[in-house]
Design a protein around this ligand. Structure first.
Ligand code: CTP
Ligand SMILES: C[C@](O)(CO)[C@H](O)COP(=O)(O)O
Length: 237
């Protein structure tokens, strides 16, 4: 049980090239509900006052970030991202360690619809669970495993099956140790929880909202835009 407020920072990997989205500009800079995807994601992280700063991993070739006029109540510290998502996260975590941060809240730049209640819930759980926590969504549909020709091989029981989302929240040092010892090119390292799992840990799953989608493929941006407008209307009463 933690009886003081530890130093908590967010890490936002935003150095991806968005190949699946194949948009004219990188997907993190597409406009949704009056702001870029990235601005929505950063703003979402400021909704929990325990997060004191944000480390933002940008591509070394990024030409869009400098044009943004961020209006956030906490500092945003740019770091140079890497060739994989894990490498970009590691760049942020390494800088955060130098700054004495104790816990990191890793959140995809491409998830602009995160809501305050889910953010606070996953931080609450991570601070009391020794191996951290991540937002996730229980699988709702019947699941099938196929062969390479898309013929069904068999159904997969959906019980205890979840979609991993972000934020994913961990004590900084064990996450750093896991990323460094596995190596950021490890093929199974698609999120931070997998780094902890592959190192023998069992992070806690915390049910998030279905609206916390990752803008990944064409059409996702329209859905995210709709969710953001809905939440804005709801806040206005
Ligand atoms: N080298 C990379 C690759 C990804 N990301 C970030 O990780 C998040 C989740 O990744 P994903 O949706 O896969 O983004 P992309 O890698 O950009 O997309 P794609 O795989 O379609 O190229 C995004 O915010 C993305 O910017 C990153 O910081 N550095
Ligand atoms: C971290 C993540 O968003 C969890 O769903 C995901 O793993 C990001 O990477 P992907 O390349 O889109 O699988």
């Amino acid at each position: 049980m933690i009886d003081h407020i530890p130093s908590i920072a967010a890490i936002v990997p935003a150095a991806g090239s968005g190949q699946r989205m194949a948009s004219k500009i990188p997907k993190q800079y597409l406009q949704l509900a009056g702001k870029t995807v990235l601005e929505h994601s950063l703003h979402a992280l400021t909704q929990d006052s325990r997060i004191s700063k944000i480390y933002l991993a940008l591509s070394a070739e990024d030409t869009f970030f400098s044009a943004l006029q961020l209006q956030l109540p906490i500092p945003v510290i740019p770091v140079v991202g890497g060739a994989s998502r894990a490498a970009s996260v590691l760049a942020g975590v390494e800088q955060a360690r130098l700054d004495g941060v104790a816990y990191v809240v890793v959140h995809d730049a491409a998830r602009p619809c995160l809501q305050a209640d889910e953010l606070s819930k996953v931080i609450d759980v991570a601070l009391t669970h020794p191996q951290g926590a991540l937002l996730a969504l229980p699988v709702a549909d019947t699941m099938k495993r196929s062969d390479a020709q898309n013929a069904v091989r068999h159904s997969v029981k959906r019980e205890h099956l979840w979609h991993a989302l972000t934020p994913q929240v961990f004590a900084l040092q064990p996450l750093l140790n896991a990323l460094v010892s596995l190596g950021v090119d490890h093929p199974e390292l698609t999120d931070e929880a997998s780094a902890i799992e592959l190192s023998g840990g069992k992070p806690q799953l915390v049910a998030g909202r279905r609206t916390n989608i990752k803008v990944t493929q064409p059409g996702d941006e329209q859905l995210a835009d709709m969710y953001l407008k809905f939440f804005a209307t709801e806040r206005q009463g």
